[in-house]
Design a binder for this molecule. Structure first.
Ligand code: MGD
Ligand code: MGD
Ligand code: MO
Length: 774
């Protein structure tokens, strides 16, 4: 098949038959189809396990079968019968594994034994847990300073694992907690913290059912949070508006069918979910929301002059907010030309969005990576909040803010203290409960950790899950940085590229996943997670572990801690014999978790509470704060603007339908019409031709940054796509070599994965010949 034949625009609706067929194919393709289906039925139901997929929450009604296509893929992927055991590692040298694709590596199955890298053999060889822990302890104790070690966390770690991990790392003496959040919703936490005093969403599932308008900004729920489609569809049915801001016409947002309503599937019925769909420039959302505020202000002034109906919620503003005047002055000072130019939207579009916003009494704003992975993401989040504050849309039913989280427990990990900036309350609580001095100084986030390893300042890397080498920016540089370490350690369920980018010494430690039964000294254990609505609940694995040597994440952390610190500041091994002991420690030190073990007895779990949702503002001013920021003069960085060459396009990097971050379940992206390939770049057909290419041609992408380094990816097929002019879109992680380590968000250090200035070059001849031969 030629490249262009493998691109077929998708005609069906999202999440209907197509979705069900894809799930079933996935199930039947697995060696454990029957068991997996049974496990699936318990997902997210009381008594079952929490879906290891996304962080979306559920309404509390039980008994419903709650699953989605991509949750099914995540469960199935973890529950595979294939094994990556010592025989596997005996068969392949590390060099030969490194030549395989990321897809192939993870597809090989579950890691079963602790493995140690033997450089002389170029292989991983079996080791014992005790020897592995001893090796880690030796390296950690040999460092001149605890700040020379990096402790990464990915967002699947349970609350219990995350809590023990941060306790160990802080008792060891550092706050070096690079984590996946740094690359994800960091801007939401920072922006919301200043504005409303909490860094988490203020809405619960029920609010979605009561709102009159739901904005979905920079988010692709059809692929990444499929269970969110259901409340969106219900909203439209009730006559509420769904208003999307996304440069791409994402399938799930346009229209969809619900797989749990077979009747509708039979009639192939589908209905539009989006009442309006705005397609901004990349990074144009702050300008768009500034424009909405400007219209509201115009109408409010008009109402004041003519005794019309108020546009602003004047009582709310007076009682609850600070900073209105300077914000409105900033809105006045922002010109319409600037707003229109930067947003990529017409004045009419912005006015329509403002009218729809004004019409609704209760509005929820949801957003994800399209908002948070830019240089100016914090102020963009704050501009969204400003607009919400103007009409009192925070802290009442059916209204609020919803940064939709990614990993299934990424929010819980932060709550448990995985944070390179240890909050003062946490420091005090830990010191009151345990006998050690918590380090005060700021630790490393992800970008700082890479820089420290690159410069030889950090020498040990430990990863609690995730795929650091691929998820992070500037891939070749990051790989070199990891290779400079004395020791790299990965606690993981599946083999991935990070395990093959080793320090001088390296370990792979196989752990249980969310779906596995976890038995410790005192019996079977459950772990807890927090969803995007701050609901905490317990999760019990259902499947027999594939190897008796796998250990749970808490047990592995306790093993490392015990070997490094002995029984200081607690008896680690005693703690993990029964996880309710860890939960007692959490109850003693983390606000909202008092009486933790008892609260879990409540089916469906408990809500952590959210001050802003109750209109209690834990901000500097004690009020909800209008933050007035200047709209950036330019979105392209100065370094790039001063180059002689100009960018051809601005690239965003995103997820396909068949992937979970760096985990590739397959090579298709059904909703975008791509089959069997991932090295594609979506560009507007006019742009393709204007730049002198043909659709289907292979190109290299070279990013511009201005530091003299070349950043290039090769042999990407140009797909003529419905995308605004000047933009390109391609999949992550393949495009991470293009993201400069220094290109990160103001204050957030989040790589600007949705805004990369690139040039296209014809692919070298070798690629063309390859494609002709294919
Ligand atoms: N199946 C599946 N589920 C997942 C994941 C997965 O990989 N697979 N990942 C999980 C994780 S960790 C996360 S963080 C979430 C990610 O969930 P999303 O944020 O939905 O993920 P992305 O694919 O990065 O999609 C970003 C969306 O924003 C749009 N966009 C890009 N730039 C801009 C912009 O400047 N403005 C606007 N308005 N829109 C823009 C893109 O067109 C795209 O639709 O999903 C979680 N759930
Ligand atoms: N260019 C670009 N880069 C991005 C993004 C982007 O949109 N564009 N998105 C960013 C975002 S939002 C995120 S969250 C990060 C994700 O970064 P990470 O969280 O580091 O990456 P994942 O791909 O989710 O990690 C997958 C690996 O986790 C391991 N794993 C799976 N389940 C478990 C488990 O239960 N326990 C343990 N210990 N290990 C497990 C498996 O070995 C698997 O290979 O990537 C970021 N990078
Ligand atoms: Mo994420």
């Amino acid at each position: 098949m030629s490249e262009i034949e493998r691109y077929k625009p998708y005609k069906g609706a999202a999440a209907g038959w197509g979705a069900l067929i894809a799930v079933t194919k996935n199930w039947l393709g697995s060696e454990n189809a029957f068991k997996n289906i049974r496990a699936m039925l318990k997902t997210n139901q009381n008594g079952g396990f929490d879906c290891p997929g996304c962080a979306w929450g559920e309404s509390q009604e039980s008994g419903m079968v709650k699953f989605c296509e991509n949750g099914a893929k995540a469960v199935n992927w973890e529950a595979t019968g294939r094994l990556v055991n010592p025989a596997f590692f005996n068969k392949y040298t590390v060099s030969s594994l490194a030549a395989q694709s990321d897809y192939w590596l993870e597809y090989q199955g579950r890691l079963t034994h602790p493995m140690r890298y033997d450089a002389s053999l170029d292989r991983y060889v079996e080791t014992s847990w005790d020897d592995a822990f001893a090796l880690i302890a030796k390296h950690l104790k040999e460092l001149e300073s605890p700040d020379q070690a990096e402790f990464y966390t990915s967002g699947r770690a349970s609350n219990e694992a995350a809590y023990l991990y941060q306790l160990f790392v802080r008792a060891y003496g550092t706050n070096n907690f690079p984590d996946c959040s740094n690359m994800c919703h960091e801007a939401s936490g920072l922006g919301m913290g200043d504005s409303v005093g909490v860094g988490k969403g203020t809405v619960t599932f029920d609010d979605l059912e009561e709102s009159d308008a739901i904005f979905v900004i920079g988010q692709n729920p059809g692929t990444n949070h499929p269970r969110m489609l259901e409340p969106l569809r219900e909203a439209v049915k009730r006559g509420a508006q769904v208003i999307c801001f996304n440069p791409l016409k994402e399938r799930g947002l346009e229209r969809f069918q619900h797989p749990q309503h077979p009747l509708e599937m039979l009639t192939n019925g589908s209905e539009p979910t989006s009442s309006a769909y705005f397609r901004p420039a990349l990074g144009g959302d702050m300008a768009a929301f500034r424009g909405i505020a400007k219209f509201l202000l115009e109408w409010e002034r008009d109402a004041l002059e003519n005794n019309g109906e108020a546009v602003f919620d004047r009582a709310f503003i007076a009682e609850h907010t600070a900073g209105l005047d300077s914000y409105l002055a900033e809105v006045d000072a922002t010109s319409w030309e600037h707003i229109v130019e930067q947003s990529g939207l017409s004045l009419e579009d912005i006015e329509l969005a403002a009218r729809m916003y004004r019409r609704a009494k209760r509005v929820i704003m949801c957003w994800a990576m399209g908002v948070t992975q830019h240089a100016h993401s914090v102020v963009t989040v704050q501009e969204i909040i400003n607009v919400q504050l103007l009409r009192g849309n925070i802290g009442r039913p059916g209204a609020g803010l919803s940064p939709v989280r990614g990993h299934s427990n990424v929010q819980g990990d932060r709550t448990m203290g995985i944070n390179e900036l240890a909050p003062p309350e946490l420091i005090h609580a830990l010191e009151a409960r345990f006998d050690f001095k918590v380090p005060r100084h700021h630790g490393h986030n992800t970008v700082m950790a890479i820089a420290a390893m690159e410069e030889g300042r950090s020498k040990v890397f430990i990863g609690l899950g995730g795929n650091f080498a691929q998820a992070t920016p500037d891939t070749p540089r990051t790989h070199d940085a990891l290779r400079k370490c004395d020791l790299t350690v990965h606690i993981a369920t599946k083999l991935n590229r990070s395990h093959l980018v080793m320090g001088r010494e390296a370990l792979i430690l196989p752990c249980l996943g969310r779906t596995d039964i976890d038995i410790q000294e005192e019996g079977p254990q459950g772990v807890t997670v927090e969803d995007t609505f701050s609901m905490v609940h317990i999760s019990h694995g259902q499947l027999k572990p594939k190897s008796p040597l796998m250990r749970s994440e808490p047990a592995i952390i306790a093993g490392i801690a015990n070997a490094t610190l002995g029984k200081h500041p607690i008896d680690w091994l005693w703690t993990v014999a029964d996880y309710s002991r860890i939960r007692d420690l959490i109850a003693d030190t983390i606000p909202g978790f008092e009486d933790f073990n008892n609260k879990l007895l409540h089916p469906g779990g408990f809500h952590l509470g959210n001050a802003a949702a109750q209109r209690i503002w834990e901000t500097a001013s004690g009020k909800a704060q209008f933050v007035s920021s200047v709209l950036p003069a330019h979105l392209v960085s100065e370094g790039v603007r001063t180059l002689d060459v100009k960018p051809d396009l601005i690239l965003q990097t995103m997820r396909s339908h068949d992937q979970y971050n760096t985990t590739l379940y397959g090579l298709d992206d059904r909703y975008r019409g791509v089959y069997g390939m991932r090295d594609v770049v979506f560009v507007n057909e006019q742009d393709i031709r204007k730049l002198g290419y043909e659709p289907g041609q292979k190109v290299d992408m070279v990013s511009l940054w201005g530091d003299g380094r070349e950043r290039r990816v090769s042999g990407f097929t140009l797909i003529a796509y419905d995308i605004p002019p000047g933009q390109a879109a391609a999949y992550y992680p393949e495009t991470n070599p293009l993201v400069p380590l220094e290109s990160y968000g103001d204050r957030t250090y989040t790589p600007t994965s949705k805004f990369i200035a690139i040039r296209l070059e014809p692919a070298p001849a070798s690629n063309l010949i390859q494609s002709l031969g294919a």
